[in-house]
Design a protein around this ligand. Structure first.
Ligand code: GLN
Length: 492
């Protein structure tokens, strides 16, 4: 079969269980596509063909023996931030260039236990800091829709791999938009779950109070399948929550769009820098939801101006603490011929970290230092609470909140935005992480340059089923999520 990459996760699962094709055939098909097409997309940092085929054979044996689970034999790609036993994990950083974790992240362990086949590890911004995936030390990844454009970031490799049909779906992480924004730039569906829904164990930490893993795929249905595998409490992550996990697939039709109250924050649609095409496509998608029976309710989110400064204080503060472990002693890059211990620390870190990571360590260390801690860090934490309260108040009157995922479509590679310009591009995603809420991106059309536009729906705590269900129904009434970039149409 030459068109296996066109099948949805449900179709793949059915095909495998009915023995229409084997996991080995499917895995080989994807490996061939990667070998032929990824030199243009550059989404993978590491491809693991031997292990993938071994896992595929094991999956085929399980399918034959009748002890397969729902997704046994289906391939996927992991963002290179998830620790994988025996496979390099770089987090896009030179400082972890040769790092091989002795254990699997819980998310990886769960996908393995679910019989999924790992094709490899995909590119990302260094330590997940960025919005273009260009800060990776291995170089930029291309947006499958326009190869001279970025796929977004930090989970840009995950988005590009799926959008080019080099993986049926992928894992990502989202600290301030890193699932939703690349999903938006690449025309995909991506879910950032409630903080505590998915284990952070074995995910290289960026900002621990904001980090959360989630699925990136073509459709809400495909995301639901992956959520069923990765969600749940984990004793190894003290912030993961002991709360029953929904059956996200079974719940796909459970939320009625009829009668759904969708909040439209006034402040969000007057943001300077909101692209006219993005605004138009998002408004058209809301109109569609209205036709399907939803009510649009104008709401206030008064803290909007505080999102960017608050996040860019708290995230670097946590990063400066988390990244202190890369000292050139225990693991990772070590400088040549250190004169003494201080020289070893200084040079290993200066050589190992890229400029954006160094910038954040400096900002974060400054904000946490004696004398500035109260004025910056503590203040930011107080504002963070106000942002959360703003959302909780809004949810008294609406079921979900709509926004663009990003004010623009994908940037050109090498556009070289200033840090401030880049940070302002995160305006729509950051507050969700500061408040710990779940949110989803869905593709809703294209701009004048044929680049994808995304709609973001923000839900109340633990409303992943609801968000997936709303997008699923939208996708049954529209076909944006079925559009393919030209490179995805190419056969291997
Ligand atoms: N772009 C944001 C940042 O650079 C978000 C990144 C993320 O979610 N990992 O911090």
């Amino acid at each position: 079969m030459t068109d296996l990459h066109r099948l949805s996760i449900r179709e793949l699962a059915e095909g495998l269980s009915q023995a229409k094709f084997s996991s080995r055939e499917l895995t080989e098909h994807y490996l061939q596509r990667i070998a032929k097409l990824d030199s243009q997309v550059k989404s993978y940092v590491t491809v693991t063909p031997e292990q993938a085929l071994r896992d595929a054979d094991a999956a085929d044996a399980a399918l034959k023996a009748g002890n397969a689970t729902a997704l046994t034999g289906i391939p996927l790609a992991h963002k290179d931030i998830f620790c994988t036993k025996g496979i390099k994990t770089t987090a896009g950083s030179k400082i972890l260039d040769n790092f091989i974790s002795p254990y699997d992240a819980t998310v990886v362990e769960k996908t393995k236990a679910g019989g999924l086949v790992t094709l490899g590890k995909v590119n990302m911004d260094e330590f997940a800091m960025g919005s273009t995936s260009e800060s990776s030390y291995v170089g930029a990844t291309s947006n499958p829709w326009a190869l001279d454009h970025v796929p977004g970031g930090s989970s840009g490799g995950s988005a590009a791999a799926v959008a080019a049909d080099l993986a049926p779906f992928a894992t990502g992480t989202d600290t301030g938009g890193s699932i939703r924004q690349p999903a938006s730039f690449c025309g995909l569906t991506g879910l950032k779950p409630t903080y505590g829904r998915v284990s952070r164990f074995g995910i290289i930490a960026y900002a621990s109070s904001l980090d959360q893993a989630g699925p990136m795929a073509r459709s809400a249905e495909d995301c639901a399948y992956l959520m069923n595998v990765i969600a749940g409490h984990d004793a190894k992550d003290s912030t993961s929550v002991k709360k029953e996990v929904d059956d996200y697939v079974a719940n796909l039709s459970n939320t009625s769009v009829k009668g759904l109250r969708i909040g439209i924050p006034k402040q969000y649609f007057n943001v300077v820098g909101l692209d006219a095409d993005v605004k138009a496509r998002v408004e058209e998608s809301l109109k569609k939801l209205e036709e399907m029976g939803a009510t649009l309710v104008e709401i206030d989110l008064n803290m909007t101006e505080a999102y960017v400064p608050t996040y860019y204080l708290i995230a670097p503060a946590e990063a400066s603490s988390n990244l202190s472990r890369y000292d050139g002693v225990r693991y990772g890059h070590r400088c040549e011929n250190p004169a003494d211990l201080m020289d070893l620390y200084k040079r290993s870190r200066s050589e190992g970290f890229g400029p954006e990571v160094q910038r954040r360590i400096l900002i974060g260390t400054y904000a946490l230092s004696a004398g500035y801690y109260d004025a910056y860090y503590v203040k930011a934490q107080k504002v963070r609470r106000l942002i959360q309260q703003d959302f909780l108040k809004a949810f008294e009157n609406v079921d979900v909140i709509a926004a663009p995922s990003a004010p623009t479509t994908a940037y050109k590679i090498g556009a070289n935005l200033s840090p401030t310009e880049m940070y302002l591009g995160d305006i729509y995603t950051l507050a969700v992480n500061l408040a710990g809420l779940p949110a989803i991106n869905a593709p809703v059309g294209f701009d004048k340059d044929s680049l994808p536009v995304g709609l973001q729906l923000i839900g109340n705590y633990w409303s992943e089923s609801q968000l997936l269900s709303i997008v699923h129904q939208y996708q049954q009434n529209t076909d944006w999520h079925t559009k393919r970039a030209a490179i995805a149409e190419e056969n291997a």
